[in-house]
Ligand binder design. Sequence first.
Ligand code: SF4
Ligand code: SF4
Length: 472
Amino acid sequence: MKIKAQISMVMNLDKCIGCHTCSITCKNVWTNREGAEYMYFNNVETKPGIGYPKRWEDQDKWQGGWELKNGKLRLRSGAKLTRMAKLFYHPNQPELDDYYEPWTYDYETLINSKRKNHQPIARPRSLITQQRMEIKWGPNWEDDLADGQSARQDVNLRNMGSDIALEFHDLFMKYLPRVCNHCLNPACVAACPSGAIYKREEDGVVLVSQDGCRGWRHCIPACPYKKVYFNWKTNKAEKCIFCFPRLENGLPTVCADTCVGRLRYMGVLLYDMDKVKEAAATPDKGQIYHSVLDIIMDPHDPEVLAAARKEGIPENWLKAAQDSPVYKLVKEWQVALPLHAEYRTLPMVWYVPPLSPITRRAEADVYLPEATDMRIPLAYLAELFGAGNTQVVARALQRLLDMRLVMRAQTTGDRLPARLEFDVETYQAMHRLMGIAKYKERFRIPAGLQETSQEKLHELQGTCGYTCPGGC
Ligand code: SF4
Ligand code: SF4
């Protein structure tokens, strides 16, 4: 058993209002500069839809993530030799049109226009060519199903054989905020010919070394979530850095901190690194989720704690793992699920799936795994969060519904269903964390990592944290 610590995030989709605050605050902090105009480390999509970049979930097109070949795990983009042959031309690169052409507006015309009969207009102007342009697509073009047509091209509908009629009376939608998943088995890291992408030893954050990146761009198609971008100005890859300078100071990421719906949770998970490959190679894709749960270790178990100390995980990290809201949602209550586990990268950003409008169902008290008339079809949610396994999603939704029934019964005095899986106190704790938790309950990030990192650097380099000739 080799225990490692991972900073992880959970998003409760029932509470996302699609306000895009997370995208904008992230953009203002990290990608508001030349070469990065089109990049959104955090973006929010409306589902069903094709998303950003267009059809990112279509791995037949992009060849992203991992696959099992003769029982062995390998990148979908091919074995090493095949990938080397694509070194100078990789056919599966997304282009600017797949994202969108970023633009600004001629604001000056609003300010400097002479007095006229009509209101002056600020026309769009390309941020790439500086020319006037017609806007045809954007990073949230499909907001609230606004595009009208692209929802039908959602890859998940194709995969489930699309027995869903997207007619007006049957329409459903939900928001899906996305960041890099800081995966346990990251395809971006494995695909980089320069070894410039790495997973940080101390907290599992996946970063691109800007010094090491040679601009081969193999990480971009390899990431099945399309969360690595190419900076056309610097010719380097860039990606979400999980706001590591904030983490190092015990603060959550900007997107989590500013989330209006207060739906994001961050904390530490302890996992067994020795079993990562085995979990990623689980033969049945619908069982990958269970394999990942098996390698997330109990932070209260003395054996796990001893193994973690042996790996040098500091005491404040172990305490944070024990108090982790993410551990509760992911492992204890098992209501948070990975996005597209079938890509086999073992994502460490988790989602509490949305419970459809539910009052009628709560009154009817139908057991969800047997329900056929959910507003958001179970089969659709299973494509996103269960690798096609509807039981996984139904079980999480059932627990959410039971939580509501328990809390409702406290006021109405209703009889509780006999099937409850947890005791009443557990449902109350679930309700507190998911409904009304304060900042410090939602984010348990151990401070002092920066000092630890600096100490490690001192150890590694013998002198100080600087790599310049002569050190200090
Ligand atoms: S989501 Fe993509 S970029 Fe992020 S760690 Fe996973 S494979 Fe790499
Ligand atoms: S800030 Fe929060 S509520 Fe708003 S879109 Fe982002 S995740 Fe959703």
